[in-house]
Ligand binder design. Sequence first.
Ligand SMILES: [Zn+2]
Length: 433
Amino acid sequence: MITKAELYDAVDEREAELVAFMRDFLAIETENPPGRNYAEGAAFLAGAMERRGYDVEEVRVPSDVVARHYPDRTDHERVNVIGRQTGGAEETGHDTGDDANDGPHVHFTGHFDVVPAGEDWSTDPYDPVVDEGRIYGRGASDMKSGIAASLFAVDALRAVGPPLPGTITQSMTVDEETGGFTGLGFLVAEGYVSPDNTDFCVYTECFDSSRVCLGHRGVLKFHVTATGTKAHGCMAHDGHNAITVMNDFLTRIEAYREELHGRTTDLPVTPVESRHADVSATMLDAGYSENVVPDRCRATFYRVLVPGETVEAAREEIRALMAETESALESDLSYDEIMYAEPTAVSEECTVARTYVDHVRDFHADPAFVVSPGSDDQRFVVNDAGIEECIVYGPGLLDQAHVVDEYVPIEEVLTAAKVMAVSTADLMGVLAR
Ligand SMILES: [Zn+2]
């Protein structure tokens, strides 16, 4: 059996190695969009896992699958990485036969794409700086530190042995920042994550080491285009103004927004102001010249769904509003979808959630269950693979995601790694009580 103290020490002993790993990892610019240097990022991670004895596979996404989801970005290669270790300390990784690993299958997953760094950084976002206990660089919090934490958590676990009775899998994926369909979504679709090979899944996204995240709201992003008839402004009677049509639709969207605010959830969505469904008009485009009645007006919308709603039901509601405008103004509206993510949530009573929150208490007196106001890749595991034992837990700070001068406190990464190591030992039944 393994004690907590042994695991905590084993993580602390690896601090310098972990910081060095983070610096190398953050130096690889994996900006998405458009999805740059994924092959280089994947090779770096594959090498790190191979050196640790994982059985590693790089999973390249076929170009037709990329084209289906990201038609503008097919010139960038999509490469995901997956590594698996069986528990036997001496027989690292190569035997995945059923008899060798009948204990639990634990899967850690995280994304290694980052949002574009943008301007105004104090230092180069891809030349990481360590200063006063913090690591600075794009992706420090969201979420290369999550990948580092799970990797070093398993290192600590293996270092203090005994042989683990099950398997540990780590997947590192791309394109989360643009929907994840060619990242974790692809691994799930191809069976790399399924109830057959995964009992417990931890998505290591940034909610900080004090919080266990149970799910997220959903999103539907779309354009609606109104079509009319063009005319000279001095003979507007000959035209049919697409802006007037859109104005009618936007008025209906405002009423719909009020209705959605009444569609609340009891789940612990954080911040509390986000505990309801929502819709916002986010872009508007029309017109050619000040003297032309426009025949086209396009608006873009961001519809947020609470768990319990479905994307298809939201689409139907929007189509109904479009039909109302079409008949009221005798005009045509068209709908183009940009992206969607179904909402998801697991029970705080599930084993993996209870285990993690138990061990978070060693570091934070009052651990919290949260549900994300945005959306992430957890939905693929829960909704598509059908694995209910899946939480989000990772070291990054949510308020550091996507900001200038992004950082992660080193202490955060160490704490999350300790919680992951101890929780994994507990889930596998090898933690001394
Ligand atoms: Zn992220």
